[in-house]
Design a protein around this ligand. Structure first.
Ligand SMILES: [Zn+2]
Length: 283
């Protein structure tokens, strides 16, 4: 099953899962081609009844030498209707850009002639990195899923800068002063403790890391208000977690550092359990 295809309009190789996501700027009229050497036929993003995304070459199918070629009688299998692949066999979605992405960063061109397979093969050689935007939650999930040593191999566009999954994440533990943390243009993370407030839906978070403030030290505090929706299981209060933050630096309020709630589309907060730790172990 073909999971990625070359997109002419964006000159990049795009996962079927992304080609199906209508919320992004990709046009439904975009043209996709099989990336297999010697095939390069026109394909279309499809979704099977099981919800799996793939590219299908219809009506004529792939070139006979292509790995994705199936004899005509098996066409129903190609569509994934009779034999849908289990979802876990699919590559985890690894965005190449943190939302939002300015339109200028997705270069597009119009296709005014149908390129030959040879021309497509050459274009694939010169393809640019596909801009596949993801939410902070999706980017953090991909980061957690990647092997530590492998993260540098995965590009990540944040704002106007190309970074990778290794250098785009800054752990506050590594900075001595609050001002040393690269609050702008990166994803900041660190351990936090979480305590439930008296009001339902309110939680108090503070970083384990403390920074000098005047003659004292202060953790960075964050109050999760009831109105702020963070997809995280707070039901076990008094847990330790990871906080991921993309936005501005904390402010000083009442002699302590306070992270203000996200107040515009370019600020995000996300929480994820600490790796390998059972909930409730830390009091
Ligand atoms: Zn093919």
């Amino acid at each position: 099953m073909l999971e990625k295809a070359y997109c002419y309009e964006t000159n990049s190789v795009i996962p079927a899962k992304y080609a199906r996501r209508k919320k992004h700027q990709l046009s439904i009229h975009d043209h996709y081609f099989c990336t297999f050497e010697g095939c390069n036929v026109l394909v279309q993003p499809k979704i099977s009844e099981a919800g799996n995304c793939f590219f299908a070459a219809q009506p004529h199918g792939h070139h006979q030498n292509c790995d994705h070629y199936h004899p005509p009688k098996e066409i129903s299998n190609i569509q994934g209707i009779n034999h849908p692949r289990p979802l876990e066999q699919y590559e985890v979605f690894t965005p190449t850009a943190l939302e939002p992405v300015a339109n200028d960063y997705i270069p597009r061109r119009e296709m005014d002639f149908l390129p030959t397979p040879e021309q497509i093969a050459e274009m694939i050689q010169n393809a640019v990195i596909a801009i596949v935007p993801g939410t902070l939650e999706e980017v953090v999930s991909a980061w957690r899923n990647l092997d530590k040593l492998d993260r540098a191999n995965y590009p990540l566009l944040i704002g106007e800068h190309w970074l990778n999954y290794s250098d785009a994440f800054a752990n506050i533990f590594l900075s001595k002063q609050v001002v040393d943390v690269p609050w702008t243009g990166y994803i900041i993370w660190g351990y936090v403790t979480i305590k439930s407030g008296k009001v339902n839906g309110v939680y108090f978070l503070q970083t384990m890391k403390k920074f000098p403030l005047g003659n004292e030290f202060s953790a960075i505090h964050f109050t999760k208000k009831a109105s702020l929706n963070i997809p995280f299981d707070f039901t076990n209060a008094d847990v330790r977690s990871n906080i991921f933050w993309h936005g501005g630096a904390p402010v000083i309020l009442k002699d302590r550092y306070v992270l203000e709630p996200p107040n515009h589309a370019h600020q995000f907060i996300h929480l994820a359990p600490v790796e390998g730790e059972t909930r409730g172990q830390v009091s």
